[in-house]
Design a protein around this ligand. Structure first.
Ligand SMILES: Nc1nc2c(ncn2[C@@H]2O[C@@H]3COP(=O)(O)O[C@H]4[C@@H](O)[C@H](n5cnc6c(=O)[nH]c(N)nc65)O[C@@H]4COP(=O)(O)O[C@H]3[C@H]2O)c(=O)[nH]1
Length: 515
């Protein structure tokens, strides 16, 4: 059952681990792709801005020279002078001579017409027409303060050829109006990656470079492919670790058996005291597992495993044998030991007989071995109840452990063959804490009294808790206030004064070397 659970758990965790690693690689690749493309766009926007700056500065200089020249008569010499500049600079398509906004001539024509009203005036003074046609073939940008004006190829402003070719779009915008743009640019499409550069000489002139989402996808895929081998190695490593941990859990059953053979298990004892006078009356046997390599394994882990995988009977047998041989050494003291039993112990047909044989062999009165049974054991049904009855008839006291945390229906408690209820430590620790469960302990005590059962409270850590429990009428107490679980030798030392003087709480006595 547990193996199957562990197997599916391992598969699930492996899949999850691989999904997480792949998602992380994908996220990393996306971040890298984004960064690369943003840097690319920034470079392109800067290059385009340099180009624009140069185009307008050079045009300004040309026009200045022409305006200063004496040739302003649309003569052949004047037109020749205009054409020299056109040949010198690729982005100048033509130069118009237009005194008082009246075009008199260009380098190749003498058609006379009026200039349309300008579209904008730049902050440095010259006027600007965004799509000036005049008598030209193609609409162009017209720029100048007059009487000479430069007809500029707007495409030149945005025509950048970066080293790495991509589906790039560039827009030059002046005062929120597009002055020039490459083909296919989707103005204001937020799904495109973009970077802008503002002109240093004119803050209203902005060049923005765009890349479509598919370029991001393409770059992402490239980086993702680079990450895949490493991601694969990490996945294999993680799966290896998960398989190793799972195999370790699978083999815990064998390790328990091996641990028993190697003597890695020991029984520790936690004293139980009479709350009325502080005298130690009993001790709970708690199993400890320390591997030969020094690591300690918690009972919550190995007991649960052993209960589900069939090694619990071996552990119980070991605990009972140890407890009985230890008790034989304490024959001069009036002390009993309580042992935890699991459902599988009660289900074993030989359990009652084995225990009787052990008690006889070491001449231990059964009343000195108390048996702690959790509420879960009763779920096993009538056969478990019959076994408990037999144990009780043999002279063992029966305690219900961790009372209040299990499935017991209070209504049928009086049918069960038990002598004591052990209040779970969670309810003891809730006492006086204001927690929602702080009343549970008093209800349990009240109910136990009604049924004529005695009560033990476990997990008592403070004298306030002990005082409250005593006032409630709880007879017995166990917890770190008195002592932690300790090896048998320490228990013997611990018990010496208790035979003559009542027990003093730990707050004034140092703890023995407890575990
Ligand atoms: N916070 C706090 N804890 C306290 C205090 N006093 C005692 N404890 C701890 O509470 C647990 C009491 O044992 P449990 O309820 O029977 O719960 C036990 C019991 O169910 C199981 N277990 C231990 N030994 C055996 C065994 O030999 N056989 C079986 N079947 N189960 C065992 O393992 C569980 C855990 O045992 P441990 O780790 O030894 O933990 C012990 C004990 O060390 C306290 O004042 N404060």
């Amino acid at each position: 059952m547990l193996k199957k659970k562990l197997f599916w758990q391992a598969i699930l965790i492996s899949i999850l681990a691989c999904v997480v690693v792949t998602m992380f690689a994908a996220w990393l690749a996306r971040e890298q792709a984004k960064e690369e493309l943003q840097t690319y766009l920034k470079d392109v926007a800067e290059q385009a801005m340099l180009r624009s700056d140069r185009a307008f500065t050079v045009s300004g200089n040309i026009l200045d020279k022409l305006d200063r020249s004496d040739l302003k008569d649309c003569s052949e010499a004047h037109q020749r002078q205009l054409s020299i500049f056109i040949f010198k600079e690729l982005f100048v398509r033509d130069v118009l001579y237009a005194p008082n906004q009246q075009v008199q001539c260009s380098q190749s024509s003498r058609v006379v017409y009026s200039l349309p009203p300008r579209d904008q005036q730049t902050i440095s003074g010259p006027s600007l027409w965004f799509a000036f046609k005049g008598d030209l073939f193609r609409p162009s940008v017209l720029y100048g303060s007059g009487p000479h004006y430069a007809v500029l190829n707007s495409q030149y402003l945005v025509d950048i050829l970066p080293v790495k070719k991509r589906e790039l779009c560039i827009e030059a915008v002046l005062n929120n109006r597009v002055l020039a743009k490459t083909k296919g640019t989707p103005a204001h499409d937020n799904s495109w990656l973009q970077q802008s550069k503002v002109s240093l000489s004119n803050p209203h002139y902005v060049i923005t470079a765009y890349l479509p989402p598919k370029e991001l996808q393409r770059a992402w895929l490239g980086y993702f492919k680079d990450w895949l081998p490493l991601g694969f190695i990490v996945c294999v490593l993680l799966i290896g670790i998960i398989v190793w941990l799972t195999r370790r859990s699978f083999t815990m059953g064998l390790e328990i058996i091996e641990g028993l053979q190697l003597g890695e298990f020991v029984v520790h004892y936690q004293p139980m005291v009479a709350l009325a006078n502080g005298k130690v009356c009993c001790a709970e046997a708690l199993l400890r597992w320390q591997r030969q390599n020094g690591s300690k394994i918690s009972p919550d882990l190995f007991i649960g495993y052993a209960e589900e995988n069939g090694q619990i009977n071996l552990l119980t047998q070991f605990v009972l044998e140890t407890v009985i041989t230890d008790l034989a050494k304490l024959s001069h003291l009036d002390i009993s030991v309580s042992v935890n039993l699991a459902g599988a112990d009660l289900a074993s047909p030989l359990f009652v007989e084995n225990l009787a044989v052990l008690c006889r062999k070491y001449q231990i009165a059964p009343s000195r071995i108390e048996l702690e049974i959790t509420e879960r054991s009763f779920v096993l049904g009538q056969s478990a109840i019959n076994t408990i009855s037999l144990l009780r008839e043999a002279g063992h006291l029966i305690l219900i452990d961790d009372f209040g945390t299990g499935y017991s229906s209070l209504s049928y408690l009086h049918h069960l063959p038990v002598d004591l209820l052990k209040i779970d430590k969670s309810f003891v620790q809730a006492l006086g804490s204001g927690a929602a469960t702080h009343h549970v302990a008093s209800h349990i005590v009240q109910m136990a009294k009604d049924l004529g059962l005695e009560v033990v409270a476990e997990g008592i850590e403070t004298s306030d808790q002990a005082e409250i429990l005593k006032e409630m009428g709880v007879e017995w107490g166990q917890g770190w206030l008195y002592a932690k679980a300790m090896p048998f030798d320490d228990l013997c030392k611990f018990l010496q004064p208790s035979t003559t003087t009542p027990f003093k709480p730990l707050s004034s006595d140092p703890l023995p070397d407890a575990v």
